[in-house]
Design a protein around this ligand. Structure first.
Ligand SMILES: [Zn+2]
Length: 372
């Protein structure tokens, strides 16, 4: 196939350990650890006089992330834009703890030893403890007092202070809890993604231990380094994708954008990697604007495709680690039909395989114009 990376049967990565991680036993396609296998099924089609119909099932596995997915484009249906007014009616400003009237009364404050003012502030953005945290130091950051901001209005200018206030908080944590080594900035935007409030807000996690997915990425990168004689997974992944020209979306300054080979979402996954940045504290203001410029492009694409919701995570170490470049992912989220059917089902929840109806290589081509 034209433009297809050469299939390598046996590689430095194809070790016993890699095999044990590869629950799929699919042959590796390349040194990066991408695997794929195509099979066909058939049935007698009730919509075509019960003639025999073939369906192509493509199984993918990514050794670096441990993500197994099935690319099933025949399941794609055009998404109808959900009625945003339904959400706005159910979650009015008057009942929102992050809107001006309730904000000071209803949001937690930090103890004085963390910050005497009680909250981290920058411009209109404000970061405070999560009242319902997932870990010891979970926080919430709002970008502004604006209650609802549509996807296509999530501009770099709007997002800038929200991300900056998270970094200020990480700096403070590094001072008072130097044992904290890992951090992430996370975003459930709107209810289909798990967002409990429509007022846009980020959530941070810091910890001595990485979350299990950050651990998976670290293990992938360390195995790669050992098996390739000291290679850096992230550098080699970017250069592999740049050459293959299949999933390499673009560069925005310090940030490289990829469509994930084996996505974590039904509508695909968009990845960003900060080139050569080995700690969250390596990121400059310019690096962040490179990220936010790209993100606003992704959000315009999502809005244009009738999505109203996504999950985002930025993963980083807080102490320089050459095996881990600061990076993140965006996964569009949606309800499948008028019933409100979830885009997660038993296959992802209980079998750890993701049903993806979007071809990652097509997603790459579709989203590229939004970065121009
Ligand atoms: Zn609000």
């Amino acid at each position: 196939m034209q433009g297809q990376p050469q299939i390598v049967q046996q590689t430095g990565r194809h070790t016993a350990e890699a095999d044990s991680m590869n629950n799929k036993n699919i042959k590796p396609m390349n040194d990066i650890g991408f695997r794929k296998e195509v099979t066909t099924g058939s049935y007698l089609d009730p919509f075509d006089q019960f003639k025999s119909k073939e369906v192509v099932i493509e199984e993918r596995y990514d050794e670096t992330t441990g993500v197994a997915s099935r690319i099933l484009p025949y399941r794609t249906r055009a998404l109808q834009k959900p009625d945003l007014n339904i959400y706005l009616k159910k979650s009015p400003e008057s009942e929102c703890p992050f809107c001006s009237e309730m904000f000071e009364k209803s949001t937690p404050r930090f103890t004085a030893e963390i910050i005497p003012e009680g909250k981290f502030k920058r411009g209109e953005a404000c970061l405070f403890p999560n009242a319902f945290p997932y870990d010891q130091s979970g926080t919430v950051a709002i970008f502004s007092s604006r209650h609802f901001v549509p996807l296509d209005q999530l501009t770099p200018e709007y997002m800038q202070n929200g991300f900056a206030v998270c970094i200020e908080y990480f700096k403070r944590i590094a001072e008072i809890k130097p044992e904290s080594k890992y951090c992430s900035i996370n975003w459930n935007y709107m209810p289909p993604s798990g967002g409990g409030l429509i007022h846009p807000h980020l959530q941070t996690i810091t910890g001595i231990h990485p979350t299990s997915y950050i651990q998976r990425l670290l293990t992938g990168a360390r195995n790669y380094s050992v098996n390739s004689g000291g290679g850096n997974l992230w550098r080699d992944l970017i250069s592999f994708e740049d050459e293959a020209k299949e999933r390499f979306i673009t560069d925005t300054g310090a940030v490289c954008w990829l469509s994930a080979f084996s996505p974590k979402g039904m509508a695909g996954e968009i990845d960003f990697i900060f080139k050569g940045k080995t700690s969250v504290f390596d990121l400059t203001e310019t690096d962040f604007s490179d990220l936010l410029n790209g993100l606003s492009g992704v959000f315009k694409y999502l809005s244009h495709k009738n999505f109203i919701s996504f999950n985002l995570a930025l993963y980083a170490t807080m102490i320089n680690d050459n095996d881990f470049w600061v990076q993140g992912k965006i996964v569009p989220r949606f309800e499948i039909n008028n019933l409100g059917t979830s885009d997660l089902n038993y296959f992802e929840k209980l079998h750890n395989e993701i049903i993806c109806t979007v071809v990652p290589e097509q997603l790459c081509r579709d989203i590229q114009p939004y970065f121009e």
